[in-house]
Design a protein around this ligand. Structure first.
Ligand SMILES: [Zn+2]
Ligand SMILES: [Zn+2]
Length: 364
């Protein structure tokens, strides 16, 4: 990245050049809350502001990076061409999610992420399967903390030492032309400390690959897009930090007859025009067996019957619903001459004008 595109991080955070670390943090928190994607769904502008503020805070929130940024800004203002700014805001600091969690949990940490990455798996269920609930076995591939060293990567009892490459600062200076800028120390990955003797089991990685089978119990009534969280089943955290979480995302396939709207199940019910006019008792299929429904005489097309408690089950005590049956009156086609004659006679008898009401309304 070229310094010609250098962003004014102070302006982005709305603070002065002499702002204290406390002021910078306070201002960032305020902006992050205001523009957080959760609070602004589908708002590209807010998302942009949020990213910008996070990027600015990642630099200004870290005294070392801030000093470096100030130095390069001064050079730039003096007509220089600073290089290497791409390093700011990417890779060096905590990831997006982690800043966030920290912020909303009210923590004061600004170092590397203290939790492993989350894992995401998708399970696809049939429409009825989702209504009934199911158990699925999935195989997850992850890196689990090494049981010998507890994830630290150090041989038990040996501990760690200050990193010789960066002297414990976590960053090293790198020269580019006449300028120097700092980047994350490659020897300690920014931790500032290195282990003295590697754990024999994981060779210092702190983690080992693990393929694990998990039996996932899906509660009845789950919706398409429903999420289940398994705490601690994600990737192992760095340096023995807690593992991330496992998220199971449930996809529910469409059904040719039934549809779902929240906890309710929707269905169209065809009736012949004689059934609708005279009334009838009909069998109505539901996802778990058919039920009898009494159709009163004079039932209209579009009329909705509610079958109480025949919708999705409650999930953890919430949701649940009914089955909503919408009448579709079917008009006979391919009439025989005799049938046609009968309908003509019926029509003469009825002499009704179904549009009388709309004609009257149109005059208003
Ligand atoms: Zn180990
Ligand atoms: Zn180092």
């Amino acid at each position: 990245m070229n310094a010609g595109k250098m962003k004014d991080y102070y302006k982005i955070l709305g603070v002065g050049k002499n702002a204290s670390q406390k002021e910078i943090k306070k201002s960032y928190r305020k902006l992050a809350r205001e523009f957080h994607p959760d609070a602004n769904p589908d708002n590209k502008k807010a998302e942009e502001r949020f990213k910008e503020a996070s990027e600015a805070y990642e630099v200004l929130g870290d005294p070392g990076k801030r000093t470096e940024y100030d130095r390069q800004s001064d050079l730039f203002a003096a007509g220089g061409t600073a290089g290497g700014f791409g390093d700011f805001g990417q890779g060096a600091g905590p990831g997006f999610g982690s800043i966030f969690e920290d912020l909303f949990q009210g923590g004061a940490r600004a170092g590397p992420a203290l939790k492993g990455d989350d894992l995401y798996y998708t399970i696809t269920l049939g429409f009825k399967e989702a209504l009934a609930g199911s158990t699925k076995v999935i195989k997850i591939d992850r890196r689990a903390a090494c049981s010998t060293c507890g994830g630290t990567g150090a041989k038990p009892g040996t501990g760690s030492a200050v990193c010789g490459t960066c002297g414990g600062r976590g960053v090293v200076a790198q020269n580019q032309g006449v300028f120097s800028f700092s980047r994350t120390c490659p020897a300690c990955a920014g931790q500032g400390r290195v282990i003295k003797e590697h754990c024999a089991q994981c060779r210092g990685a702190g983690t080992l690959p693990e393929a694990k089978e998990l039996s996932i119990k899906i509660p009845p009534g789950i919706k398409d897009g429903g999420k289940l969280k398994y705490r601690g089943f994600g990737q192992a955290g760095p340096g023995g930090a807690p593992a991330g979480d496992l998220y199971i995302i449930v996809k529910v396939t469409d059904h040719p007859l039934f549809k779902r709207k929240g906890g309710d199940i929707l269905m169209d019910l065809p009736l012949s025009f004689t059934e609708a006019a005279l009334g009838s008792a009909v069998r109505v299929p539901t996802p778990n067996g058919s039920v009898s429904l009494k159709i009163p005489p004079g039932t209209q097309g579009g009329q909705v019957f509610r079958l109480k408690g025949r919708g999705a089950a409650k999930t953890r005590g919430v949701g649940g619903g009914d089955m909503l049956v919408t009448v579709k009156v079917e008009v006979p086609t391919d009439l025989t001459p005799a049938q046609r004659e009968l309908i003509i006679r019926l029509s003469d008898q009825l002499k009704s004008n179904p549009r009388a009401k709309i004609e009257e309304l149109a005059e208003q």
